[in-house]
Design a protein around this ligand. Structure first.
Ligand SMILES: [Mg+2]
Length: 243
């Protein structure tokens, strides 16, 4: 395989490389609730729990990230929001992941880029904690996903297109590895290949309790569906560039 045709892997972090639904998302959600309750409150009394829950999940569904709704409708400072909501204490008590990820990333041919909607401080700390930082040529976090001064996280096609251009990457060389279907859908529309990782998904929302049913159909925009990223080497034939 020549350098120019070797794949470039774009790896999501949360619920792709570790089980964020286990303890990390619940901790971040609790912080978001506190933050949102204060912002929606009257300055003395925090807003009621039902309003806070509806606001958090409503913005998450509508904008793909609660933060985007909080910026648009409540003018919060993104850096402040990200710092406070991701202040969750020591990773060792919260992180649950698989053995063999470092060997997997070493073994996979081609460059790897970390592409996460999480903030830099959190994602840097987390990939270090699970010992994967040296495998990534680039680390792209939410603060790096700005277009014309506005935050444009995944699934923004505008952001993705600019990212590919900036790194000189032809879409056909790139493989996005993700748990979130809409991110894969938009990537596929731009010509990337797509891998859907399902083992950490929960039914309903990312902090729901019920695991996803085993037999969820693979949508047309997903090239390969795997339970775990550890299955990637076995799927390489199906991911080869087709052009
Ligand atoms: Mg994810």
């Amino acid at each position: 395989m020549t350098t120019t045709s070797s794949p470039v892997w774009l790896f999501d972090l949360d619920n792709t490389l570790h089980d964020a639904s286990h303890a990390i998302f619940p901790a971040i959600s609790a912080n978001m609730n506190t933050y949102i309750a204060r912002v929606l409150g009257d300055g003395t009394t925090p807003a009621a729990q039902e309003l806070v829950d509806a606001t958090r999940t409503g913005y998450w569904k509508r904008y793909g990230a609660t933060l985007l709704g909080m910026i648009r409708h409540h003018h919060v400072d993104p850096a402040d929001f990200l710092r406070r909501t991701h202040d969750i204490g020591a990773f060792q008590d919260l992180v649950r992941t698989e053995r063999g990820l470092s060997r997997l990333l070493r073994r996979l041919p081609g460059r790897k880029i970390l592409l996460t909607n999480a903030p830099t401080a959190y994602s840097t700390g987390l990939v270090k904690h699970i010992g994967l930082q040296r495998h990534f040529a680039h680390h792209i976090a939410i603060e790096d996903m700005r277009v014309h001064g506005q935050l444009r996280p995944k699934p923004s096609k505008l952001m993705l297109r600019r990212l590919l251009r900036r790194h000189g990457l032809a879409p056909g060389r790139c493989i996005l590895v993700e748990d979130t279907l809409v991110n894969l859908k938009h990537a596929k529309q731009l010509g990337l290949r797509t891998v859907w990782v399902t083992q950490y998904l929960r039914y309903g929302d990312p902090i729901g309790k019920a695991p996803l049913p085993r037999m969820v159909k693979r949508p047309a925009w997903v090239d390969v569906k795997v339970k775990s990223v550890l299955r990637l080497p076995a799927t390489m034939n199906r991911l080869r560039r087709q052009d």
